[in-house]
Design a protein around this ligand. Structure first.
Ligand SMILES: Nc1ncnc2c1ncn2[C@@H]1O[C@H](COP(=O)(O)OP(=O)(O)OP(=O)(O)O)[C@@H](O)[C@H]1O
Length: 288
C-alpha cells in the first residue's frame, strides 16, 4: 500500500505541553483513526500538519512532496473538517460555499449540490440555524466537493448523537469506495472506529504509543481472568494492566498467543478499542 501522508519528527512545544517527535504515515485506501484522551495532542498534531500551527521541527510530506513547499497544489487534494466552527454564522450555506470554493482549483459545484441533496440541506438556510449534525454534514460536503484524495477530520463526532455518528461512518465508507481515497480522523469516542477503521494511531501526552492495524490490535490484545497463583515474575510481564483481588486477577494483555501458551485455565475475553487504549496509556480515566 502506498503512503499518502508521512509525518516525520514533528514537534511542537507549548508552555504546558510537548508534541514529542511524532512519526507516522497514512496509507492510501485506509481509514486511520487517531485516538487519545482529552488533551493528548490530537488537535495540535492535525493543526501542525495543516500548517495552522507553526511546528518547531519536522517534515510533512504528501505523496512524497513537502506540504509546506507545495501548499496550494497539495491542499487542493486534502479535504479538512475542523472541530472549531470556521463559518460566518450570518451567511447562508450557499453564500459560505461561494467564499470557500474559489480557494480550490478543482471545485466541483455538481458534487456540492449532490451532497446538499443527499444530506437534505437547504442552501438558503443560514449557518446559525443549523443543528450540530447538519453543521458537520455541511462541513463534510465542503471538504469533499473539490476531489480531495485525503479527508482529515478533527473530532467530527464530538457532540453528535449515535444516529448521526452512524450516518457519518456511512458517509466515510461511501467516500472510500472510490479508489485512492484515504481518511484520517481524530476521536476520543473509540466505538465509532469499531466498524470502519483500518488503522489506529494512539497518542498520549504528545507521544505516539502505537500505530497498528485495527484487526491486528484486536487479535493480539485480550482481557484475561484467572487465579492469582498463575501470576509470577514472567507472566506479569505479559500484561499492560493487572487488577488483583482475593478472588483472582483480571488484566489486559498485548500478547494473547504467549498467554495461551503459558497460562492454562484462564478465561479470555475480547477487549474493546477503548479498553486497549486505556490499557496502553496505563490509566483508568473516563473518556467520554
Ligand atoms: N495555543 C496553545 N497554547 C498553549 N497550549 C496549547 C495551545 N493549544 C493547545 N495547547 C495545549 O496542548 C495540549 C493538547 O491539546 P490538544 O487540543 O491538541 O488535545 P486534543 O487531544 O485534541 O484534546 P481534545 O480531545 O480535548 O480536543 C493541551 O494541554 C492544550 O492545553
Amino acid at each position: 500500500m502506498d503512503t499518502i501522508l508521512e509525518v516525520s519528527d514533528l514537534s511542537k512545544s507549548f508552555a504546558n505541553f510537548n508534541l514529542n517527535h511524532v512519526n507516522f504515515s497514512l496509507k492510501e485506501g485506509c481509514i486511520t483513526g487517531f485516538i487519545g484522551i482529552n488533551g493528548s495532542g490530537k488537535t495540535t498534531t492535525i493543526k501542525t500538519i495543516l500548517g495552522l500551527i507553526l511546528k518547531d521541527t519536522g517534515s510533512i510530506t504528501f505523496l512524497g512532496k513537502e506540504l509546506a513547499d507545495h501548499e496550494r497544489e497539495l491542499k487542493n487534494r486534502i479535504g479538512v473538517v475542523l472541530d472549531d466552527g470556521y463559518f460566518y454564522e450570518e451567511m447562508t450555506l450557499k453564500e459560505m460555499k461561494s467564499v470557500i470554493a474559489p480557494a480550490y482549483t478543482n471545485w466541483d459545484d455538481a458534487i456540492f449540490q449532490s451532497y446538499m441533496n443527499k444530506f437534505k440541506l437547504q442552501v438558503n438556510q443560514k449557518i446559525s440555524t443549523l443543528s450540530k449534525g447538519m453543521r458537520m454534514k455541511y462541513a463534510i460536503a465542503l471538504a469533499l466537493s473539490h476531489h480531495a484524495d485525503l479527508l482529515i477530520m478533527d473530532e467530527p463526532t464530538s457532540g453528535l448523537d449515535p444516529l448521526v455518528r452512524s450516518e457519518l461512518m456511512d458517509i466515510l465508507l461511501d467516500f472510500m469506495k472510490e479508489e485512492g481515497k484515504s481518511v484520517f480522523f481524530s476521536t476520543h469516542i473509540t466505538s465509532d472506529l469499531d466498524r470502519i477503521a483500518d488503522m489506529l494511531i494512539l497518542i498520549d501526552k504528545g507521544n505516539i504509543l502505537f500505530n497498528e492495524e485495527k484487526d491486528q490490535l484486536l487479535e493480539t490484545h485480550a482481557i484475561v481472568k484467572g487465579d492469582t497463583r498463575l501470576l509470577n515474575e514472567q507472566t506479569r510481564k505479559l500484561f499492560l494492566t493487572l487488577r488483583e483481588t482475593t478472588y483472582g486477577f483480571e488484566g489486559i494483555t498485548h500478547d494473547i498467543h504467549i498467554v495461551r501458551q503459558h497460562m492454562k485455565d484462564v478465561v479470555i475475553e475480547k477487549p474493546t478499542i477503548e479498553q486497549i487504549m486505556l490499557a496502553h496509556i496505563g490509566g483508568h480515566q473516563h473518556v467520554n
